[in-house]
Design a protein around this ligand. Sequence first.
Ligand code: RIB
Ligand code: CA
Length: 307
Amino acid sequence: MKDYYVIIDCDPGIDDAMAIMNAVNSGNIEVKLISTVSGNLTIEETVKNALKLTELFKVDIPVAEGAKEPVKRQAIYASQAQGTKGLGGYQFRTPKTKPFVLKSPDAIHYFLCDNMAKNTTLLCMGPMTNVANLLKKYPEAKEMISRIVFMGGSKDENGSTEPYREFNVAYDPEAVDIVLKSNIPFVLVPMELGHIAYFTPEEQLKIKRANKVGKAFYKMFKKYNDFHVGKLGAAVHDSCSALYLSNPEIFTTEPAKLSVKYHKKNNQEYGYIKCDFDAKDPNALVCVDVDVEKFKKIIYGNLFNYN
Ligand code: RIB
Ligand code: CA
């Protein structure tokens, strides 16, 4: 019996791929749906990538197509970081599986209703557009979601310079604002964790030597231009949120009041999450640290399932 009934919402994406591999191989998570959203790439690419990944990871989990555009803004993609097809340099074959009959947010709502008894955790590893659309179309959905774990934002204000422009929030800040205002229990897994949880080139070779799936990740990482840690390695941001679900004991969290703010730079306005750790009325938990050694050991263990 698995502990957590989970719906993943993501924009695969290389680090999404590693996170999905971890989620579907962890002992206590039952992934019932992989919902996709445009973000790293267009929705056409992210839904196709999610289908390719369920085949690579040999799991029979429905994949739903979701939002094409942010709730209000124009889409801004991140293919420069993820490679033109969004999964770096690994050549996947065209997926045979077809997307789920419903699109998100209807697909998310369907699986929420399917699990009324146990409540559901939403693991959000891309822009929050689908979740915002879900809450707008089905207000009652907020009672069916036990908590939201979101990879996004930054826990530091970067001192006096300027707020960190993290992609998942900057792509659709209005969606994050809608979700935060729903008061669904919320856990933020910010950028800073990915800045310490990364695989060095040597560790990527260890991943390559593991098995066929490891080789696939090695090729994905080869084209992963993740500027966050540069030549140090491949920052696996999304896996931090997936492992928070499967192994919360390796993370340190602090309560904070989260709110969406907007910052203008060179005539470009972007949204970010402000974390107020001194607030008397916190509305979320923020992951502020992770035991990186244990983090990597768990990922290697999940990967070795494919031996
Ligand atoms: O900023 C990192 C986040 O943006 C990750 O989820 C990555 O996949 C991109 O979506
Ligand atoms: Ca992502």
